[in-house]
Design a protein around this ligand. Structure first.
Ligand code: ADP
Ligand code: TZD
Ligand code: MG
Length: 591
């Protein structure tokens, strides 16, 4: 966009003057500025949404972006704008953009940038910053901070743009860095004075770069593919593990064909649930322990052997000798925890294609003894679970409440499920079946609390689908204020707060008998539903499975911002959900 006069015009004036100047034959050379070059560069690369918080020096950047037709979603805190951007990146394969002010705003966004990098989600954190001359001499500028240096170790790449004519190339670099290879977070530092810099509109337009093939295919070496197939073919008890990298890759159909053609049982990691429907006969989800323990060959597709898979060793994996095949775009991931006997390095879409080609038409399914053992275990476990999910206990326990939500998701397979908490996360992950790819967004690799409302907002904005956020009461508190954002943009988000009066449980007591409650306990019987009402949304207080079912169905049908306070038995949870074993143990007896 060209502007005829100065950069200080309001967006409306700028658009108006720009149009006027087009009609003015005698006007001097048109100018553009840093603000408009940033916007034009993003738009040229099909980035049309910004998640952020306004303030010096980026307030006008948001205004001008909105005037230029971009969607600018303003949050109440940068961390949630950042989580939203990262989830937008995960869902769309385009980097989500988060825009923040200098120092404190930047730091608030940084947690989300680091989390995006850890989870391999593409995002760009764009922060305004103070003047270099003052920052570098540490003379105490407004919100002074050497942001670039601080961001560097926490993201995949970090860049600063100092000259308006470099904005095009700078944004191109940021986009390519975020989405190529292993995706991740990129930091882009825009000093205040850059945004006001002017240059010829014509030169400015020429300086913009449309990134060609931002995430080029990475074809695996043919010998790596045949090595992997040889190992898989030799297996007696093979297992495939699908991770969120496989979901991100959007190779859904080929992955389904690979699983079905191979006949191999598979386990989805939490965000890969639904890549194939969890009800698929080859899903080993309900026989997870057995599948991990007794398998002899494990093929990982877009999943890391990190803590979530017990690093590929120890009790979880049993004593049977194990061989690992790993399909991943990042070569350094191979042998990170245990030996990978067949590394296949490339993008998942290309790797899966190559594996399918290599399997030929006479691929033999694994021995029935193995697949039957898994099916039998599944049946036993599912049968044991079924009655628990139908219980009508009041106050509700996790099973009773989640049994209801499980049915709602089954009836609405295209809704997006956001999930965080400890017990609320662990129970929901195993109880609620997913039916379509990329419909589940959760705490990811770090198990971070606070992703809830940002993720829900991004999911609603990016997909237009209804969103169900199942939140522990503690987890919800980290981003709770963003329900105002949900109401402001009238997003179809239904939040269910599993209110058990605290972290893990609401039953801890202060052993000294003092007035302070225990560190894990909250105000008893808090009414989170009233928070939603404060902003014009629908609040519901639900104490029975029936009430919960009715409220959530209504919310999902109406698309109205809703918060259901689901009263959960405060004694029902366990310490740290299912990862209590990770807590260090004190040698001094608990008092
Ligand atoms: P999960 O937590 O579900 O087990 P992880 O986040 O640990 O999954 O692993 C995701 C893996 O997927 C990362 O190692 C990342 O490099 C890889 N990955 C992401 N996108 C692609 C892609 N398009 N092609 C290949 N690998 C990918
Ligand atoms: N801070 C951050 C950013 N991430 C974290 N994971 C934690 C703190 C520690 N933590 C957990 O790991 S789960 C959890 C915290 C505070 C909350 C659990 O309570 P909840 O869920 O109410 O959300 P349940 O259902 O009561 O277990
Ligand atoms: Mg709780």
């Amino acid at each position: 966009m060209a502007i005829a006069t100065t950069a200080k015009d309001s967006p409306q004036d700028a658009a108006h003057t720009s149009l006027a100047s087009h009609n003015d034959e005698t006007s001097a050379a048109e100018l553009t500025d840093g603000f408009h070059l940033v916007i034009d560069a993003l738009k040229l690369n099909d980035i049309n949404t910004i998640y952020g918080v306004p303030g010096i020096p980026v307030t006008d950047l948001g205004r001008f972006a909105q005037a230029a037709g971009m969607r600018v979603i303003s949050f109440r805190h940068e961390q949630h704008a950042g989580y939203a951007a990262s989830v937008a990146g995960y869902l769309t394969q385009k980097p989500g953009v988060c825009l923040t002010v200098s120092a404190p705003g930047f730091l608030n966004g940084l947690t989300a940038l680091a989390n995006a990098t850890t989870n391999c989600f593409p995002m760009i954190l764009i922060s305004g910053s103070s003047e270099r001359e003052i920052v570098d001499l540490q003379q105490g500028d407004y919100e002074e901070m050497d942001q670039l240096a601080i961001a560097k170790p926490l993201c995949k790449a970090a860049y600063r743009i100092l000259h308006a004519e470099d904005i095009g190339i700078g944004i191109a670099r940021a986009i390519r860095a975020a989405v190529s290879g292993r995706p991740g977070g990129v930091y882009l530092d825009l000093p205040a004075q850059l945004l006001g810099q002017t240059m010829s509109a014509l030169e400015g337009e020429k300086s913009l770069v449309k990134v060609i093939d931002p995430a080029p295919r990475q074809i695996p070496a043919p010998e790596s593919v045949s090595r992997a197939l040889d190992v898989l073919k030799g297996a007696k008890r093979p297992l495939i593990i699908l991770g969120k990298g496989a979901a991100y890759a959007q190779a859904d159909e080929d992955i389904r064909v690979l699983i079905e053609k191979s006949g191999v049982p598979y386990l989805p990691m939490s965000m890969a649930k639904g890549l194939l429907p969890d009800t698929h006969p080859q899903s080993a989800g309900a026989a997870r322990s057995l599948a991990l323990k007794d398998s002899d060959v494990v093929m990982l597709i877009g999943a890391r052997l990190n803590w979530l898979l017990s690093h590929g060793k120890g009790k979880t994996w049993g004593t049977a000798p194990k061989q690992f095949i790993q399909v991943d775009i990042e070569p350094k991931e191979m042998d990170s925890n245990v030996e990978i006997v067949a590394p296949v390095v490339g993008d998942i879409a290309s790797c899966v294609c190559a594996l399918l080609d290599g399997m030929g038409d006479d691929w033999a399914s694994p021995p029935a003894e193995w697949t039957d053992a898994i099916s039998a275990k599944k049946e036993t476990n599912l049968a044991r679970m079924a009655p628990k999910l139908m219980n009508n206990n009041v106050p509700m326990d996790f099973h009773g409440a989640l049994g209801v939500l499980r049915t709602i998701v089954k009836e609405r397979p295209d809704a997006i499920l956001v999930n965080e908490g400890a017990n609320t996360l662990d129970f929901a992950r195993s109880i609620i079946d997913m039916y379509q790819p990329r419909k589940r967004v959760d705490v990811g690799t770090w198990g971070v609390m606070g992703i809830g409302m940002g993720s829900a907002i991004a999911a609603a904005i990016e997909t237009g689908k209804p969103v169900l956020a199942i939140e522990g009461d503690s987890a919800f508190g980290f981003s709770g204020m963003e329900i105002e954002t949900i109401c402001r943009y009238a997003l179809p988000v239904c939040v269910v707060v599993f209110n058990n009066n605290g972290i893990y449980r609401g039953t801890d007591v202060n052993p000294t008998g003092g007035a302070d409650v225990a560190p894990t306990v909250f105000v008893k019987d808090a009414r989170y539903d009233k928070m939603m009402e404060a902003f014009g949304g629908v609040g519901v207080y639900a104490t029975t499975p029936d009430e919960l079912s009715r409220a959530v169905n209504e919310a999902m049908d109406s698309g109205k911002p809703t918060l259901v306070n689901a009263v959960i038995d405060e004694a029902a949870g366990t310490e740290s959900g299912r990862i209590g074993n990770l807590n260090p143990q004190s040698v001094v007896a608990k008092k």
